[in-house]
Design a protein around this ligand. Structure first.
Ligand SMILES: *[C@@H]1O[C@H](CO)[C@@H](O)[C@H](O)[C@H]1NC(C)=O
Ligand SMILES: *[C@@H]1O[C@H](CO)[C@@H](O)[C@H](O)[C@H]1NC(C)=O
Ligand SMILES: *[C@@H]1O[C@H](CO)[C@@H](O)[C@H](O)[C@H]1NC(C)=O
Ligand SMILES: *[C@@H]1O[C@H](CO)[C@@H](O)[C@H](O)[C@H]1NC(C)=O
Length: 731
């Protein structure tokens, strides 16, 4: 059998030479420069302001109107705007590749330069900016005075909006102060949020949030403790904060046992954190575990526990030792891990918050794709639980570009094993995404897809053989799709992970990856996709929609309908959805449609018309795939109820309103329907990103041991009259 995998062409862009050079030769140079610069933090803020001020002066002299706005267009030599990095002469001002526009991104965050946590975020920003060839403006408070009240942040956000940046990444330390600035920016430029403020991200119009969810991380910490044999534990609240309470709430759920929370230390300092920990241990003699919520709680808890921490063979089952875990992996915590003074640290992988922010903004600007799609991309938690791991992380140095494993991207062996066939348009777009990132990083990829003629069983056998080959070759990363809950494939994937091969699943299998214990999946959740569609429809006034299920039974389509209803009801609590299903078996006297039937399209159209005639309050039709879009459009035309971009669904069709059509189908003729406004919007699940992102994540995993966790939503991106042109080219 011929292998249908392709080895992607290896373009070696100038950038790539630069990066390779960095890896191999420039560490020493960077070291010297580092000394020269001292531990100077990012200086961009002032540089930017100076530059803009100078430009404004020039424009004013020329009699320019809205100087802020013009400033962005007329900014002088960009090199001066680029941030130098602590310890590193970093120049991101590469010329854009010929014919391409240079993008300008803004990063506005609340962390001070003196806070080492943010060094990794900054490095992520720099690395991605270099890779994608974008400029960025990094603005943060320069002292506690500027930090207090966050007014400086609001100003910086306004500045990014007025200069029409191509994208803004912003943290939300205080929602009440920043709310209006962020919401206003999001109306004019693409915005995503990082690090803090997940709860408000979507509401304020950001297209995604990248960070660690407090509750979710707490759950994982609880599960970890439970796996260690703990049933009763103490959660150390080192200060009064909603975020810390969420961590404890999640911890309790994950542990599924007893959790005692310490009180925060007294404001008058009459009790310390250590006093509170001692008190909790005294009052809860059955406690077998302690969770600290950050360095501030970790140190006093460590002091109180002394040598009571479990280690070696001692465990809660056989001794009165205490399992001790903590949020964060500060140098102090990593050193304690090396010394066996704590059992695990929780890493939120803040490097990814910077890196992915730039990467996702770039893809939004360049292709219009909304990665994350209103949901959260979880940069963590991951667990550091061995001395070896901690030692590695202590040695990791972004500044010198010393990767954890010493691996170089051009020598990685990344293997894709998928069930999608070459003739499938969806999978052709997946493959394009893989090639795009392979060229970007110069990483070779071995992409394995079944032949067009394969039966379902042959596809499984093919995947089995290819995954086995990947295990035998000890690849640097395995990317798989999950066509079904097949026990053989599942066992093999488990074997790969046990062997230490990083595994990511993509496209099919969004409902299975967790039960396969795969840490990360890139795809569109069915319920999630439906929900986002529902919200958008309801916001345009639709409160009673048909969910047109073209295939039956089909659990995925049913989930989309469930999501559709939930999303609509988030906006309009009384909203309804009617599921119009294909018949499972033929039955006499039923004129509804049936999967695979001759003239299916016409019958579906008639069924939609009939349903609307029976209930004139229906003002939306959602087709769930290509078989449904033409019948949905034809039915609405036959009823003379098209919206045409003029009428609105607010009043029912019978009373002069119209019926909105939306569809999960991004191919011709839907593009034409969108242009003539007979389809309001189509839903793109992001196949390009389902191919592209896993490779990017594998690269980051191999360099820094950093990869997001959970589900990364590659869609939905809405294709409407505003952006349909771009998608036609794309498809
Ligand atoms: C990384 O390397 C630089 C330059 O050699 C050095 O100044 C810095 O302290 C190192 N950082 C860590 C975390 O080791
Ligand atoms: C940065 O790169 C640009 C383009 O390669 C170059 O013109 C400029 O001199 C560089 N700046 C520094 C500070 O190295
Ligand atoms: C975020 O939302 C969740 C669920 O609605 C809520 O329990 C939590 O308190 C919120 N967190 C913050 C910081 O507002
Ligand atoms: C939690 O514990 C109870 C009994 O202690 C058990 O019945 C239940 O199944 C557990 N739940 C989970 C999710 O493990």
């Amino acid at each position: 059998m011929e292998m249908s995998g392709f080895k992607t062409a290896r373009h070696v862009p100038a950038l790539w030479l630069y990066v390779v050079t960095c890896f191999t030769f420039m560490s020493i140079l960077f070291g010297i420069i580092a000394i020269a610069l001292g531990a100077a933090a990012i200086r961009s803020t002032h540089d930017n302001e100076d530059q803009i001020a100078v430009t404004e002066e020039r424009l004013n002299a020329l009699g320019g109107g809205d100087t802020q706005r013009e400033a962005s267009v007329n900014e002088g030599p960009v090199e001066t705007l680029i941030a130098p990095k602590p310890g590193r002469a970093f120049n991101t001002s590469r010329a854009p590749r010929s014919g391409r526009r240079q993008f300008n991104m803004a990063v506005v965050v609340h962390g001070l330069d003196s806070d080492t946590f943010w060094y990794s975020v900054q490095q992520g920003v720099l690395d991605a900016a270099e890779l994608f060839g974008v400029h960025f403006f990094y603005d943060n408070p320069q002292n506690t005075e500027e930090q207090d009240g966050h007014l400086k942040m609001a100003e910086d956000i306004n500045k990014a909006r007025k200069s029409l940046r191509d994208g803004l990444a912003v943290s939300i330390p205080d929602e009440s102060v920043l709310r209006s600035a962020i919401a206003r920016a999001a109306e004019e430029i693409p915005v995503l949020t990082i690090n803090s403020g997940a709860n408000f991200s979507e509401e304020l119009g950001a297209f995604t949030h990248i960070g660690q969810l407090e509750f979710e991380a707490g759950v994982r910490a609880g599960e970890r403790m439970r796996d260690l044999g703990v049933t009763s534990a103490i959660c150390v609240r080192h200060e009064v904060s909603l975020a810390l309470d969420e961590r404890c709430d999640g911890f309790q759920l994950g542990l599924n046992g007893t959790v005692h929370r310490t009180d925060a230390p007294a404001e008058d300092l009459s009790t310390s954190i250590q006093d509170q920990v001692r008190l909790a241990l005294d009052e809860n003699s059955d406690a077998q575990g302690i969770l600290a919520l950050g360095p501030a709680g970790f140190e006093p808890a460590k002091a109180e526990l002394g040598d009571r921490v479990c280690s070696g063979d001692s465990a809660p089952e056989n001794s009165d030792c205490i399992e001790f875990g903590t949020f964060d992996v500060s140098p102090g915590i990593l050193n304690s891990l090396v010394n066996g003074e704590v059992n695990f640290g929780i890493d939120q992988q803040e490097y990814l918050q910077g890196y992915l922010a730039i990467a996702f903004l770039y893809w939004k600007a360049a292709f219009g794709g909304s990665i994350g799609s209103g949901g959260v991309v979880m940069s963590g938690p991951t667990f550091v639980d061995s001395a070896e791991q901690a030692q590695l992380l202590l040695g990791r140095n972004y500044t010198t570009m010393d990767s954890l494993s010493g691996k170089i991207l051009t020598f990685l062996d990344i293997r894709y094993v998928v069930d999608g066939k070459p003739q499938d348009k969806f999978w052709q777009r997946v493959k394009r995404g893989v090639k795009y990132v392979a060229n970007l990083y110069g990483t070779p990829v071995d992409y394995n897809e079944p032949e067009n003629s394969f039966s379902n069983q042959e596809v499984i056998n093919f995947m089995r053989d290819e995954i086995q080959r990947a295990i035998d070759d000890n690849v640097d990363g395995l990317v798989v799709s999950i066509p079904s809950d097949n026990a053989v494939l599942r066992t093999l994937v488990g074997e790969a992970m046990t062997k230490g091969i990083p595994v990511i699943s993509m496209a099919s299998g969004v409902d299975l990856f967790e039960s396969w214990n795969i840490p990360l999946h890139v795809g569109m959740g069915e319920e999630f996709g439906g929900r986002q569609v529902g919200k958008r429809l309801a916001e345009s006034g639709v409160n009673n929609a048909i969910c047109l299920i073209h295939n039956n039974p089909d659990a995925a389509l049913e989930e989309r309908c469930a999501g559709l209803l939930a999303g609509m009801q988030e906006v309009i609590p009384t909203a309804q959805v009617q599921r119009l299903r294909s018949r499972e078996t033929s039955g006499a006297g039923d004129n509804r449609f049936q999967t695979g039937q001759a003239g299916l399209s016409d019958r579906m159209r008639d069924a939609v018309v009939e349903t609307i005639e029976a209930d004139e309050s229906i003002n939306g039709v959602v087709a769930l795939g290509p078989p449904g879009s033409v019948p949905a459009v034809e039915a609405v035309k036959q009823l003379g109820a098209e919206c045409d971009g003029v009428k609105t669904p607010d009043s029912t069709p019978a009373r002069g309103g119209c019926i909105v059509v939306a569809t999960f189908d991004v191919e011709f003729p839907v593009f034409n329907f969108i242009e003539e406004r007979s389809v309001e919007f189509a839903v793109d699940p992001g196949p390009f990103f389902q191919g592209a992102l896993p490779l990017m994540f594998m690269a980051l995993q191999n360099l820094w041991n950093n990869m997001p966790v959970g589900l990364v939503n590659s869609g939905p991106t809405f294709v409407d009259v505003e952006n349909v042109g771009g998608f036609e080219v794309f498809a």
